[in-house]
Design a protein around this ligand. Structure first.
Ligand code: F6R
Length: 565
């Protein structure tokens, strides 16, 4: 996820912007840039890699400038290059620029119409359409132009625009992506995170989706979609810098759990357009997809569990046999491969040696290869023939969380694409499923925002010496991942098992009060899961079921229930 910071005031702002970008560094970035408004118009400094590169490149620029915009980029559309680094400009470079976070889902359509109008593009990003739209609509009033541009955009994003004709003004807007005003004395900030300006001011104003906000050194004005102006309360935050980086959460992992809706939203993003699937980067012809005989998914840890999810959905929807495998095992067993096999390597970091080596080996053995990863330019992207990116931003927590759900979402899109070409699902079912996927981020947020007995259950069981996690089908993949998380962060020995296999041994581990977490959502094996729950309870174990909202039946079988949409 990218970072934005803008400043208007009376102090020289280059250092303020660079310091702000530094504080956004924890989010991860691959390139960064600033736009500084000098007397002869906007000047840009952009650099790939470390922020030190940007600092060095900016050393001789605009030291007296008091109006500027900075950005750290985590590439989603277009490679990691200076040309793709923000702030991005329209046709007239010195006049106006934008810094954007998030994804513009309808950028292809917009770009086509802008190109037809004679606009020329200088980057490969989706974000550049925004500044060309502002340029197209600009008629002397920057806020009006931003509003008109905003109304044409689809997706989830926040952005800030700077214009030469308006010294001391920045205009921004947000849609499901953070943007916040920092209110100083005779100076104002507009940033994607409070962390960016925290040492300068703790007084903030939050912006609503659909508002266009204009900041000047005197403060901010807010204009909602219906033209009315608002004046949100100024809130004083008492976070220290460390908790600001964590967005107020106790740990990065918790913050990242709460970021799941965003990372799934970004990952699906412009790949689903009005029920249509756009997955160009798969780079396989329809004939190659039809000729696929087998898929092997290689990965480690959490990514492997995402691969297990992948197996169930790809087999179910695209009717291709799928073998998820642990990369460190697979590479040492002389795998049997041919050119009609697709090997998918999944790695959040893109650097896990065994997974990278597995993809390399698969390619050497003549299979087709696809990498699923979260970061451009990493090892796995160099070894695989094709790459699809999850768009989660940096995952700071060592225990993976948001990348797991994003990987599962992306594998769902791959499965649907294969099903579409192979005609193994009727078009209306594909469209229905795509719409469901599109709804997923909202459901994740709904779940995370609602009350659940999770903390109370944790209080009751945290000192138990052993946990068992059970599931079937996709629920097994989820159980495997849940158990990994429990052992990894609470050091409680935890076993995950296929619920049907439990009676063949692990049941011996159960005794009075052993906590058993059972994934018991409404799928075709629900009744079988209920039988397994009965076996568990016959041993006196305590069943904590994860069940689908509205399932009252489960109350008769489980001791505790956590409901999910
Ligand atoms: C578990 C976890 C690890 C990683 C594994 C693979 O919470 O984070 O198991 O999933 O080390 O890492 P990547 O996906 O970077 O290859």
């Amino acid at each position: 996820m990218c970072g934005i910071i803008g400043y208007v005031g009376s102090r020289p702002c280059k250092e303020l912007l660079l310091e702000g970008l530094k504080r956004l560094e924890y989010r991860g970035y691959d390139s960064a840039g600033v736009a500084l408004l000098e007397e002869d118009g906007l000047h840009y400094v952009r650099a790939v890699g470390n922020l030190e590169n940007l600092k060095r490149a900016a050393a001789s620029n605009g030291s007296r400038v008091t109006h500027g915009l900075g950005h750290t980029r985590w590439a989603t559309h277009g490679t990691v290059t200076e040309a793709n680094a923000h702030p991005l400009t329209g046709c007239s470079e010195r006049e106006l620029a934008v810094a954007l976070n998030g994804i513009v889902e309808n950028y292809r359509e917009l770009k086509e119409s802008l190109l037809a109008d004679g606009h020329t593009f200088s980057s490969e990003t989706d974000a550049e359409v925004v500044i060309h739209l502002v340029e197209r609509h600009y008629d002397g009033d920057l806020a009006d132009a931003v509003r008109a541009a905003y109304d044409e955009l689809e997706g989830h994003f926040s952005f800030v625009v700077i214009h030469r004709a308006h010294p001391d003004l920045l205009v921004g807007a947000r849609c499901q992506t953070p943007l916040v005003v920092g209110v100083g004395e005779g100076e104002t900030f507009l940033a994607s995170s409070i962390a960016a300006f925290l040492p300068e001011t703790r007084r903030v104003q939050f912006i609503e989706d659909g508002d266009v906000v204009s900041i000047t050194p005197a403060g901010a004005t807010f204009q909602s979609a219906d033209g009315t102006t608002g004046d949100p309360d100024i809130v004083e935050v008492d976070w220290d810098e460390e908790s600001a980086e964590k967005g107020g959460y106790e740990t990065f992992m918790l913050k990242e759990i709460y970021e799941q809706a965003d990372s799934v939203r970004e990952t699906i993003g412009d790949r689903v357009r009005h029920g249509e699937l756009v997955l160009e980067a798969l780079e396989m012809t329809d004939e190659q997809i039809r000729n696929l005989r087998r898929i092997v998914i290689v990965a480690c840890g959490t990514a492997y569990h995402a691969g297990v999810v992948g197996r169930y959905i790809i087999e179910e929807w695209a009717r291709i046999p799928v073998e998820p495998d642990i990369a460190s095992e697979w590479i040492y067993r002389n795998p049997v491969l041919s050119k009609d096999t697709l090997v998918i390597g999944i790695s959040q970091s893109g650097e896990t040696r065994d997974t990278v080596n597995a993809v390399k080996l698969a390619r050497e053995l003549g299979a087709r290869t696809l990498a699923i990863t979260n970061l451009m330019g990493t090892q796995i992207t160099r070894e695989a023939e094709t790459v699809l990116y999850t768009r989660c931003g940096m995952e700071v927590g060592v225990a993976a969380s948001k990348t797991f759900t994003a990987q599962a979402a992306l594998l769902s899109l791959v499965a649907l694409k294969l099903a579409q070409v192979r005609k193994t699902l009727p078009p209306e079912e594909i469209e229905f499923t795509l719409n469901q996927l599109y709804e997923l981020p909202r459901k994740i947020d709904e779940f995370l925002d609602a009350d659940h007995p999770i903390e109370e259950i944790a209080q009751r069981f945290y000192d138990k010496p052993f946990f068992l996690y059970l599931g079937r089908h996709i629920g097994l993949a989820v159980a495997l991942e849940g158990a990994l998380k429990l052992k990894e962060i609470s050091y409680i020995p935890t076993e995950a098992y296929s619920a049907g296999e439990m009676k063949h041994g692990p049941i011996a581990l159960l005794e009075e009060g052993t906590p058993v977490v059972v994934v018991a959502t409404d799928i075709h094996v629900y009744d079988k899961i209920v039988s397994n729950i009965q076996e568990v309870r016959a041993r006196g174990a305590h069943v904590i079921a994860v069940a689908t909202d509205g399932n009252e039946d489960i109350q008769h079988h489980a001791d505790d229930v956590i409901y999910v949409p």
